[in-house]
Write a protein that binds this ligand. Structure first.
Ligand code: NAD
Ligand code: TYD
Length: 350
């Protein structure tokens, strides 16, 4: 029986990966390690928390000693590393936190994996989950491939770029069996309502302003989170050690056209007159260093590992909006902070 560590499993993408692995692989022990920052919410995993192959450990990856002790105790066979500070706007107001978690936290996990796999790394894997934002910003043409030069602009993408480099350096220097994937913007259920799509769904429902940065002409390439989780499963099991895989759905939208589509769908679903929600659009000061365009070329993953996205964007967006409308309690708990009180004291910090 293999024991797999998933870090950041109480977050948005991590909770989908944990759910997929716990349900699909009953012969794996899945250990979800998470600090439960503002973004970590165990309510995201209610449907799997009592499964016999699932365990939660509350811990901070910045604590190197605790990581080493945990790896020595549990002798993990594989690591899927998602824990991170993930929001660009927060990285602008507090960059240092991003260095601690994203850079030092990742290096602590690499050290712990090297320590326990030293000389017997056959069949083991350290899989680091990263973002396409490390490649910087595109003009009107072109797409990011696995060989695009790194050119991060925000403190978030700089910290993720640094962690990617450390993972590859540990592979090259210490022979750590590692690989990296870089994915485009995700959307779907359980995303914290600070990111564009869930924030705007929540604001439209509550008739609050929709703060569009700059002119709304920036372009993002959106992928349904469950398709990202499926890609992570495929790469974890079939990816080649030492390689990089780009993940994305060839699905570019300017922010403003996406926001108008959301307004249109929500007017219909909430029984509002057409055009009502668009009136909430408010153009605000642009984000500092705002990357103009992201677009990812995932041909390598599609050709070599036969992964393809399963959902068209319009369908995925409708599903996502439905989920937030049906899960009002989740959204209210998250926006009020009550979700953290609910689980307080249930788990001991390591
Ligand atoms: P998230 O913010 O929703 O979740 C992050 C999780 O990490 C939370 O549960 C949080 O409690 C945990 N965490 C934070 N600091 C920690 C620490 N010091 N120790 C232990 N746990 C800690 O993030 P997400 O959107 O689910 O992103 C997950 C990963 O995927 C990140 O590495 C991110 O860079 C990457 N990624 C995200 C996107 C996206 O669109 N959201 C796209 C590509 C890649
Ligand atoms: P976000 O969801 O923060 O993801 P990222 O910055 O990692 O791409 O933002 C997506 C796009 O939406 C980005 O171009 C910034 C823009 N945006 C707004 O215009 N207003 C907002 O309130 C937010 C959160 C984002």
């Amino acid at each position: 029986m293999k024991t797999i560590l998933i870090t950041g499993g109480a977050g948005f993408i991590g909770s989908h990966v944990v759910r997929l692995f716990v349900n699909k692989y009953p012969d794996y022990n899945i250990v979800n390690l998470d600090k439960l920052t503002y973004a970590g919410n165990l309510a995201n995993l209610k449907d799997v928390e009592n499964k016999s192959n699932y365990e939660f450990v509350k811990a901070d990856i910045v604590d190197g000693e605790a990581m080493l002790k945990l790896f020595q105790e549990r002798q993990f066979d594989g690591v899927i590393h998602l824990a991170a500070e993930s929001h660009v706007d927060r990285s602008i107001s507090n960059p240092t936190e991003f260095v601690f978690t994203n850079v030092i936290g990742t290096v602590n996990l690499l050290n712990a994996a090297c320590a326990i796999w030293n000389g017997q790394a056959e069949g083991k894997l350290f899989y680091h989950i990263s973002t396409d934002e490390v490649y910087g910003s595109l003009g009107e043409e072109g797409m990011f491939t696995e060989t695009t030069k790194y050119d991060p602009h925000s403190p978030y993408s700089a910290s993720k770029a640094s962690s990617d480099h450390f993972v590859r350096a540990y592979h090259d220097t210490f022979g750590l069996p590692a690989l990296v994937s870089n994915c485009s913007n995700n959307y779907g259920s359980f995303q914290f309502p600070e990111k564009l799509i869930p924030l705007f769904i929540n604001n439209i429902r509550n008739n609050k302003p929709l703060p569009v940065y700059g002119k709304g002409e920036n372009i993002r390439d959106w992928l349904w989170v469950e398709d990202h989780a499926r890609a992570i499963d495929v790469i974890f099991h079939q990816g080649k050690v030492g390689e990089t895989y780009n993940i994305g759905g060839h699905n570019e939208w300017t922010n403003i056209s996406l926001i108008k589509l959301m307004c249109e769908i929500m007017d219909r679903k909430l029984g509002r007159e057409e055009g009502t929600s668009e009136k909430l659009i408010t153009y605000v000061k642009d984000r500092a260093g705002h990357d103009l365009r992201y677009a990812i070329d995932s041909t390598k993953l599609q050709k070599e590992l036969s992964w393809v996205p399963s959902l068209q964007f319009e369908e995925g967006l409708e599903k996502t909006i439905d989920w937030y409308l049906e899960n009002e309690e989740w959204l209210q708990n998250v926006t009020s902070g009550d979700y953290q009180k609910y689980y307080e004291g249930q788990y001991q910090k390591r």
